[in-house]
Design a protein around this ligand. Structure first.
Ligand SMILES: [Zn+2]
Length: 212
């Protein structure tokens, strides 16, 4: 990576291949975990702090949040499904504004949000509110109307009525939950990919995979 590449906008200033390799290694390591971790990285990809949680949550301590200000957050969501930053990842405690926020999943998917000078507490709250809508919909409604229609019409991908007949109720529920989770992530990613919101709130979003 040439010198000219480093320091563009607010992207991490990862200046050489050794740093990039070390960063990729850290990302792969936490992506493989079955529990959540949160790490603070400097612009060279060096780990400054690390917290471990359980399968569904890692508690960000006040000390951690204080240290995160202006640094880079790396965090994992242990699932073999596509994933996306959650409202909590974007909102933080509202006082801490990281430079970048990266979420990796067990399939190696990597969602990177990079925040620019327009990103502030108010914008983070507004964006989290946008994301609140689909999240609450899934929680309170169970399944969205289009998912329910697809279930009723046997239109879920790779699933026919005869296949359902061979599955236990638990397997059917797991399958439908998976469909719902995938659509949920797609909805969140569509919000984060929206150029209008990116410009208005002051961030970019990129979803790729960790290089092998
Ligand atoms: Zn998270």
């Amino acid at each position: 990576m040439g010198k000219g590449v480093s320091g563009i906008g607010n992207r991490p200033n990862i200046v050489n291949q050794a740093n990039l390799r070390a960063l990729t290694k850290v990302q792969r390591k936490i992506a493989a975990q079955d529990f959540e971790s949160a790490l603070i990285l400097n612009d060279r990809g060096r780990v400054l702090a690390k917290l471990d949680g359980d399968r569904t949550e890692v508690i960000f301590t006040p000390e951690f949040m204080q240290q995160l200000q202006g640094k880079n957050l790396l965090h994992n969501h242990p699932t073999d499904l596509p994933t996306a930053p959650s409202r909590a990842d974007i909102l933080g405690n509202g006082l801490t504004l990281p430079k970048t926020s990266t979420i990796v999943s067990q399939i190696g998917q990597k969602d990177v949000m990079t925040f620019n000078e327009n990103w502030n507490r108010e914008n983070s709250q507004k964006l989290a509110a946008q994301m609140h809508l689909p999240t609450e919909h899934y929680r309170t409604g169970g399944y969205r109307r289009d998912v329910r229609n697809d279930i009723a019409n046997n239109k879920l991908p790779n699933m026919t009525a005869s296949q359902f007949g061979n599955l236990s109720p638990t397997q059917i529920k797991d399958f439908i939950d998976r469909q719902v989770a995938e659509r949920h992530v797609r909805d969140i990613q569509n919000i984060l990919r929206n150029p209008t919101w990116q410009q208005r709130y002051g961030f970019t979003f990129e979803s790729t995979y960790i290089p092998r």
